[in-house]
Design a protein around this ligand. Structure first.
Ligand code: AMP
Length: 221
């Protein structure tokens, strides 16, 4: 048995492609931190910090938080000990300047990304996934009104479910437009550097997970 290789991966894709679910699972499986800029911003809003105050308006409008703010939190997070030996980034980078910033942070650490996985899902399905999503503000469980309905109107833990503010139909359309204009150019960026793997994000989440593990070059695990 060889020494386990570390993993430095990015999961990218449109909103509701399943990045969060898949990145959390990969992080657990490969023993590296799952780093989600969206989760970091939501936590900052919940905690009422200055960062949360800066991010809130952009998030609720379906727009991107400015690059300088986002780079600041990522630089700090990637400098922490647990991220030095690997990570799964989820929802970052989302712009070309962010990708360049990431490359520089890693170059300063003397390392590079292993792979960028782009999860593809058709637009009509993305809209159905996002607008039907309901989350538990207490335990974080995620439901879908059509495919994974909650028992009764509440979470299994008993707390009333909520819709993420940015999952309203208007904001979902805005988030998709933001993705097309600002994030999709990263497809060419990472493809040119030879690190892009495109994965079909439709169907059973276990099946999508297997496709991603293969895209990471760990099919045999
Ligand atoms: P997510 O949970 O990844 O869908 O992110 C939710 C929202 O947080 C996005 O719609 C943006 O407003 C903001 N956000 C998350 N990650 C980034 C990023 N890398 N750059 C700018 N804004 C971000």
């Amino acid at each position: 048995m060889g020494v386990r290789q570390t993993m430095r991966a990015v999961l990218m894709g449109p909103p509701s492609a399943g990045k969060g679910t898949q990145a959390a699972r990969l992080g657990m499986e490969f023993g590296v931190p799952h780093i989600s800029t969206g989760d970091m911003f939501r936590a900052a809003i919940a905690a009422g910090t200055e960062l949360g105050r800066q991010a809130r308006g952009f998030m609720e409008a379906g727009k991107l938080v400015p690059d300088e703010v986002t780079m600041g939190i990522v630089r700090e997070r990637l400098g922490q000990g647990d991220a030095r030996s690997g990570f799964v980034l989820d929802g970052f980078p989302r712009t070309v300047p962010q990708a360049e910033g990431l490359r520089e942070i890693l170059a300063n650490q003397g390392v590079k990304l292993d792979v960028v996985v782009l999860i593809e899902v058709p637009e009509d399905e993305l809209i159905r996934r996002a607008t039907g999503r309901r989350i538990c503000p207490e335990c974080g469980r995620v439901y879908h009104v059509e495919w994974n309905p909650p028992p009764g109107h509440a979470c299994a833990c008993g707390v009333a479910l909520v819709q993420r503010k940015d999952d309203s139909p208007e904001t979902v359309k805005e988030r998709l437009a933001t993705y097309r204009t600002q994030t999709e150019p990263l497809r060419d960026y990472y493809s040119a550097e030879g690190s892009l793997a495109v994965v079909d994000g439709t169907g059973d989440p276990d099946e999508v997970h297997r496709r991603i593990v293969c895209a990471l070059g760990r099919c045999s695990l």
